[in-house]
Design a protein around this ligand. Structure first.
Ligand code: HEC
Length: 146
């Protein structure tokens, strides 16, 4: 009896540790993605003519996307499908390679955009396509709709 109890106790501890680990990784990816949203906010306002064009902010956002996209592929382990108010859809784990490739593409296209965006005209042309293809393109398939 005592032995069964201690095994149950050990299992309970193990399950708690696992859940805690999931929550950490979910929190970490959400923080990075929240940072993407924050970085995209001012350029979004610039695009609509609601803020003055500021190339430094645009270039900083492109760096944020590259740095985050390098970390994100490791932040969707199989034990992080649920919990922590995740908006990740289960299909991510059926098409994991596509998700990884999309983060790589976001990084490389953000890098390319750094060189392309030399003025406001180029920004108006490059920015919406970068975000539409990469951010919205992925959210449509892999993130819970609002
Ligand atoms: C390869 C897929 C993919 C790409 C590319 C991507 N996202 Fe996401 N994004 C997700 C997923 C999946 C979630 C939900 C994560 C979760 O809740 O666990 C998400 C969540 C978010 C969130 C909500 C974060 C929170 O919980 O507060 C924001 C904001 C966001 N993304 C912005 C962006 C922006 C801006 C870009 C482009 C620069 C981008 N994302 C590119 C897949 C992607």
């Amino acid at each position: 009896m005592l032995r069964i109890l201690s095994v149950a106790a050990l299992l309970a501890v193990g399950a708690t540790a696992l859940a805690a680990q999931n929550l950490d990784v979910i929190k970490a990816r959400k923080e990075i993605l929240k940072g993407f949203g924050a970085a995209a906010k001012d350029p979004g306002a610039m695009l609509k003519g609601e803020a003055k064009f500021d190339i430094a902010k645009v270039q900083a956002a492109l760096k944020t996307f590259q740095a985050g996209a390098a970390k994100l592929p490791d932040l969707f382990p199989a034990d992080s499908k649920t919990g922590g108010e995740t908006e990740a859809l289960p299909v991510i784990w059926e098409k994991k390679q596509d998700v990884v490739d999309r983060f790589k593409k976001l990084a490389s296209e953000s890098k390319a955009a750094e060189a392309k965006i030399t003025d406001e005209i180029a920004f108006q042309e490059v920015w919406p396509k970068l975000l539409g293809d990469n951010c919205s393109g992925c959210h449509k398939i892999y993130r819970k709709p609002k």
